[in-house]
Structure formats: C-alpha cells, structure tokens
Design a protein around this ligand. Structure first.
Ligand SMILES: [Zn+2]
Ligand SMILES: [Zn+2]
Length: 344
C-alpha cells in the first residue's frame, strides 16, 4: 500500500504476507555475521554490501551507518556500535533471529544525529527508511483528563519516513497496525500480544454487538474485535497521531475486514495535537457486516454517540493504575453506557 506520508509503496498489507518471518530470513548466500555491539566499527573496515538477494544483515547495515556517521563527524569512532540508537524493523514482528534487511526497512531512533547527517545516511544506506530524534520521553499527550493540561511530547522525524507497520498475530491471522513512529510509543509484538488475546477472549465470551475501544491508539484492539466479527466498532482517541495511525490501520486491513467504503470527515492533520473535549467523528468505514467509527476526543463524552446493543468497552489508558482507582468514572460508565468493561 502507498504510504500516506511519503507516497512510497512501503506499507505491507495482510494480502502481501506469506510467512511474515520469511521477509527477514537469510537466503543461502546471505552469510549473517553477528557483531559485538559494545565495540566501535573501524573506519578502515570494508563492510559487506547487500547480498545478491538485495538484502543485508542488520549488523552490517548498522556498521555501514556507523561509518557514514563517523565520516560526517556525528560520532568520534570510539563509541560502541550500540550507541547509534534503537533500530526498528518495518514491518515490526517477532523474530527468532536477527533480520536480514530489504531496502528501506529500518527506522533508527537516535538522539545523536542531526537533520543533515540523517539525510546523508539515508542516501548512503539503502536499508534506512527514516531517522527519528528520540527525546527520552514517551511520545503522546501524557495523562489527559478533563481539566488537566496535557503534557505533549512529540518525536521528530529527521529524514525519510517514520510510518511503519507492526504485525500482531491473532486467531484470525495477522493484524497489521500502522504507526507514525515519532509520535507513538514503541511496542514490540512478541509473537502473541496479551492485549490482542484478551480482546479475542472477551469477544468470544460476551458476543457483543458494539465494541468500544476508548483509548484506541493506532487501533490495535478495535481492529482485532472487528476481525472477530463484532459488527459495530467505536474507536476514540485524544491524540492526533493515534487517530492518523488508526485511519491507516483501517485502510491497510480493509479487505480482510470486509470494508467497502472509507469516509473521512475531517483532516486530522489540521486538528489540534490533543483534543480532550466531545469526540468529533473523523473516519467511518462500512461494509456488509462491519461499521467502524473513529473519533477524536475524550471517551468521557462518548455516551450519546454510541449505537445500541450489547456493549463491550475496552479501556487501555497510558496510566492504568490511576485509571483502575477511578471508581467514580467506572460506575458512571456502568450506569450510562452499561455492558461489560475490560481493562487489559
Ligand atoms: Zn512512508
Ligand atoms: Zn541473501
């Protein structure tokens, strides 16, 4: 699928996936050689280029990046290889061994690199998709409750693209979730995600007509419920990047979810970064047996927009411990919205 951010065709769809791990598995000629990450890379070393399969072992990609950054004066050459930052593969999935990378499949999260060095690294290292500046804070609006000022943290894309897919496995096969990585926290799907499994279990147990993903993020739990046949899905989030990512997640899973039409009512990129007021309908996706509505706003004011039927609400807020102690809100939800509530 074409990326809505950079326009390149670098977003994988469920239909493109055979065995997902095969994307990063070595061919018989790859010869991956694991490096010691605590050591620097010598400027004189001739680092392996891509293999005849057009992919290259991640440690060689990182070593090549190290040499480029040393030439650019970003690092002195005494730092360990691991100092460059955190490499994230695209798509993200659980792997049993380090990956062999196709072109434009690596995002580096780093606090060392300038914009100009990121651009040079992108041009010289073909596996690099993007470089994101990491501010050592979780990206997002922090704790958003009525009356509190949100403490916004956003990462910054230095060069390339930071839109990536994460692949989660569920009982209905892979779920693909799209994230704009600079603005959302990093999740590593470890094969089976416990939250995804939790949704699967709750949906099988209660057979809801309506699934409310109250802190939807990039849409992981709402899309999982849709895959398990819940006909009415409501997703809501206060954070612009979550809503943007959830729209992309709906788009990428469109065929698998049986969606025939996606309507966008408001351009989320023109909305404020955090909207903690009454939810505004941003996107609606419909098909013969599926109806998804995605809102930007606070779930606290969601009541009047909810379809009738047996309801199951999932609350997956950033600070779950504080949320669980909010008895007043939970009993309000119980009385006005009703149905089952699940906090994964
Ligand atoms: Zn892109
Ligand atoms: Zn190869």
């Amino acid at each position: 699928m074409k990326c809505s951010c950079c326009g390149e065709d670098h977003i994988i769809c469920p239909g493109d996936l055979g065995r997902p791990s095969a994307l990063f598995a070595p061919c018989p000629h790859c010869n991956p050689h694991i490096r010691v990450k605590e050591s620097p890379v010598s400027p004189d070393e001739i680092v392996n280029g891509p293999c005849q399969c057009n992919r290259r072992f991640i440690d060689d990609v990182m070593a090549s990046l190290y040499q480029v950054l040393q030439t650019e004066g970003v690092i002195k050459g005494t730092e360990p290889l691991s100092a460059l930052g955190t490499p994230l593969i695209c798509p993200g999935l659980f792997l049993r061994r380090p990956p062999v990378l196709p072109s434009r499949s690596l995002i580096l999260i780093s606090d060392l690199i300038s914009e100009s060095a990121a651009e040079i690294a992108y041009r010289k290292v073909p596996e690099l998709l993007g470089v994101v500046y990491h501010s050592h804070e979780f990206p997002g609006p922090g704790d958003v409750r009525c009356g509190c000022e949100p403490s916004i943290h956003e990462g910054r894309l230095l060069f390339g693209c930071d839109v990536r897919a994460d692949i989660f496995l569920c009982g209905k096969g892979p779920v693909i979730i799209i994230k704009k990585q600079a603005d959302l926290h990093i999740e590593f799907p470890k094969g089976i995600d416990p939250k995804v499994m939790g949704v699967e279990e709750q949906v099988r147990r209660f057979h809801p007509d309506v699934f409310i993903d109250a802190c939807a993020g990039p849409g992981t739990l709402g899309i999982t419920a849709a895959l398990f046949g819940v006909p009415e899905i409501i997703m809501c989030d206060v954070w612009h990047a979550s809503v943007w990512s959830a729209i992309q997640s709906i788009r990428v899973n469109k065929i698998k979810l049986g969606i025939s039409q996606i309507s966008i009512f408001k351009d989320i990129s023109k909305c404020p970064p955090v909207w903690g007021g009454k939810p505004v309908l941003i996107c609606e996706a419909t098909g013969e047996k599926i109806h998804i509505r995605l809102y930007n706003g606070s779930y606290e004011f969601l009541g009047s927009d909810l379809p009738s039927g047996k309801r199951l609400t999932v609350f997956d807020p950033f600070d779950k411990d504080t949320f669980r102690k909010n008895d007043q809100f939970l009993s309000y939800w119980n009385e006005t919205i009703g149905g089952e509530v699940f906090i994964p």
